[in-house]
Design a protein around this ligand. Structure first.
Ligand code: MSP
Length: 622
């Protein structure tokens, strides 16, 4: 099967940040997963180089915007290489061919009457490069980034979006997988329900000239978003390589952050409909990486994390593993260096590293480095192999549903289960009594290790290159248990996952006084936030626990709460309560819990601390 993935095109108004790094790695991992399951996947990424934001950054550096872009694009390419993020196409919107194609499209839509001249009065947010109507604004400011907008009143060109609203709504209703996750699909439907307005698609040159000139009016340039979105189409060959376009376009999945949902789930499909072209197959909308304190990262708050520094400190593999494993695809997540180190040490160094040593060590020592034959079975072998045979198709299915977190859960579970299999069969003891059976067990363990390595390769591609060296006669990528040939020579491996240490400047430790009182700095460490319980359900097999979906305002989380004896799920649905937001995530009965609902126990009763519904969600107790 063919597949086409795209990232958003990064604005070149500064160096790559952690959000870019996340999106590059996420898209690359999905692309690599598709490939290991035998698909022919292509990945497009690139840079969005026009618009006011880029122009201002260039002016601040005293450079021509093109000269500025040609320089600043380099760190983006370097970052991708450093992150082992592959790409087949690197698209730049200042490429002369792109400009020519954008003009052709504009001309076509102008002649068709879908682009027309009108009077624009409204507000423009430069950081977001977006036009807003008065009613879009929140407290008079940009609804997306909260910054001041500027009033623009000028004749402009408009794209007739409302013309396609009904068709788009029908498409979204009929195609459940058009937007992932589902709540972003609902958000899109919500925007459509409110009604679409014509989209302003030009900027007057005398005010902002860094863009593609409109072919039908040289006083204007194309609005940066209209120009940039077309990259996905032109990048795959439209209209000059129709064969490639026809092969890949129907398979396209755009991967974008939540802040640019509307451009991709509404504007872009309408543009495609106007061009009589098929809309994208799907759009994955990911959450944002927040600072460790749960706030948006910002240089002025001093809480931003530079991906380059993190990779320099802990390595590419630990960084990739952490962001893919820790971020729930779709939701926001906080970046926490300590968790990065914990994840690496627990799951890569301990679980996977241990498996590697155990699986290869005894083969090198006892079987002269040649993969032994399977001649028998222990009581554990059949179930163990059966688990792999069942899980491999499940992982593939989860992948096609973009359930990346569940894919990784399954892979890590297989690794743990192989370690357990080795503990149960204990080949290090067995070899004293039954060498052929020891060989069978080691075959299974090595085969499991080989398969788990392939399954982890999209996440830790650099380490996978080293793992391949264990098999000097060539690495077998087949995702089928039992493919490994007996007799294959293996090399003894070096420890591939040495433990890493957190290198963090520690905050001053607060002093706990003898009287049991705590310092304000210690209290400040606990983040108590206003939240809303969206849904709750009983935890299977427990009469004490409820599993709650909780809205923290800027993100949704799951919390396991020990309140089932005092509340029925439906009684707490919709309640506004307080929750501890910076509690280390825990796993309770196999369920991830990310916080704690505050309650008070009085005698035999327990009540949640409810709050005024007027208070906005996600606000911190002060
Ligand atoms: N240039 C537009 C996209 C045009 S696509 C035709 C743009 N560029 S951007 O550089 O601002 O953002 C690029 C991507 O990074 C977007 O998908 C955005 O959501 C994502 N991120 C920006 N900050 C982020 C985080 N803090 N966390 C995760 N991703 C975030 O928008």
């Amino acid at each position: 099967m063919k597949k086409y993935f795209t990232t958003a095109l990064a604005y070149l108004n500064g160096k790559p940040h952690i959000g870019h790094a996340y999106e590059f790695v996420l898209t690359d991992a999905l692309h690599r997963y598709y490939k290991i399951f035998g698909n022919k996947s292509i990945l497009l990424t690139g840079t969005d180089e026009h618009g006011e934001k880029v122009m201002t950054s260039a002016q601040n550096k005293g450079q021509h915007p093109q000269e500025y872009c040609d320089e600043i694009v380099i760190p983006f390419k370097d970052m991708m290489n450093k992150l082992h993020a592959q790409h087949d196409i690197f698209y730049r919107t200042t490429d002369p061919i792109h400009k020519q194609k954008v003009q052709q499209v504009m001309q076509h839509l102008y002649e068709k009457g879908d682009i027309y001249k009108g009077m624009y009065t409204g507000n423009y947010c430069t950081p977001c490069e977006t036009f807003y109507t008065e009613k879009d604004l929140v407290d008079g400011k940009c609804p997306e980034c909260g910054r001041e907008t500027k009033v623009i009143e000028e004749e402009n060109y408009f794209f007739n979006m409302p013309k396609y609203a009904e068709k788009l709504e029908k498409h979204i209703l009929e195609n459940k997988d058009f937007v992932f996750p589902d709540y972003r699909r609902n958000e899109t439907l919500g925007i459509l329900k409110k009604g679409l307005v014509p989209l302003c698609v030009s900027r007057k040159k005398e005010k902002m000239n860094w863009g593609i000139e409109l072919p039908f009016d040289k006083d204007y340039v194309c609005w940066v978003w209209f120009d940039a979105l077309t990259n996905y189409l032109f990048g795959i060959g439209y209209p000059d390589n129709m064969e490639k376009y026809q092969d890949y376009w129907p398979t396209v999945t755009h991967i974008v952050g939540k802040d640019i949902l509307m451009f991709h789930t509404i504007n872009w499909p309408c543009m495609l409909m106007s061009l009589d072209l098929p809309v994208p197959k799907n759009i994955i909308v990911h959450g944002h990486i927040l600072a460790a304190d749960g706030q948006k990262m910002s240089k002025s708050l001093g809480n931003s994390v530079n991906p380059d520094d993190i990779v320099n400190k802990y390595g590419t593999e630990a960084f990739r593993f952490y962001i893919l494993r820790e971020m729930s695809l779709g939701l926001d997540g906080r970046f926490n260096e300590k968790f990065l180190v914990d994840r690496h040490n627990t799951e890569l160094a301990n679980d996977f590293g241990n498996l590697l040593n155990r699986a290869t060590h005894l083969i090198s020592k006892t079987f002269a480095g040649a993969v032994p034959e399977v001649t028998g079975q222990t009581a554990y072998c059949a179930d163990f192999i059966e688990d792999f045979n069942k899980t491999l198709p499940l992982i593939e299915e989860l992948l096609y549903k973009f359930e990346l977190n569940r894919v990784l859960d399954e892979v890590m579970r297989l690794i743990r289960s192989t370690n357990k299999y080795l503990e149960n069969t204990a080949p290090w003891h067995l070899l004293k009594t039954d060498l052929p059976l020891t060989g069978s067990v080691l075959y299974n363990a090595l085969e499991a290790f080989r398969i788990c390595s392939v399954l982890l390769s999209p996440v830790i591609p650099g380490k996978f290159e080293e793992i391949k060296k264990i098999f000097p006669s060539g690495f077998d990528y087949t995702l089928k248990f039992g493919s490994l040939q007996a007799g294959t020579k293996i090399n003894k491996s070096e420890p591939l996952f040495p433990r890493i240490e957190a290198v963090i400047e520690e905050a001053v430790t607060p002093v706990v006084k003898d009287d049991g009182l705590i310092d304000i700095t210690e209290f400040d460490k606990v983040q108590i936030k206003t939240v809303k319980i969206l849904k709750a359900e009983n935890v299977e097999g427990s009469d004490r626990l409820l599993y709650c979906d909780v809205d923290f305002g800027h993100e949704k989380r799951k919390i396991v709460a020990g309140i089932a004896k005092f509340y029925k799920p439906e009684e707490i649905t919709g309640l506004h309560v307080l929750a501890v937001a910076n509690l280390k995530p825990a796993e309770i009965r196999g369920l991830k819990s990310e916080g704690m609902l505050l309650s008070i126990k009085a005698g035999k009763n327990l009540r949640l601390v409810t709050i005024d519904k007027e208070l906005p969600l996600g606000k911190t107790l002060c």
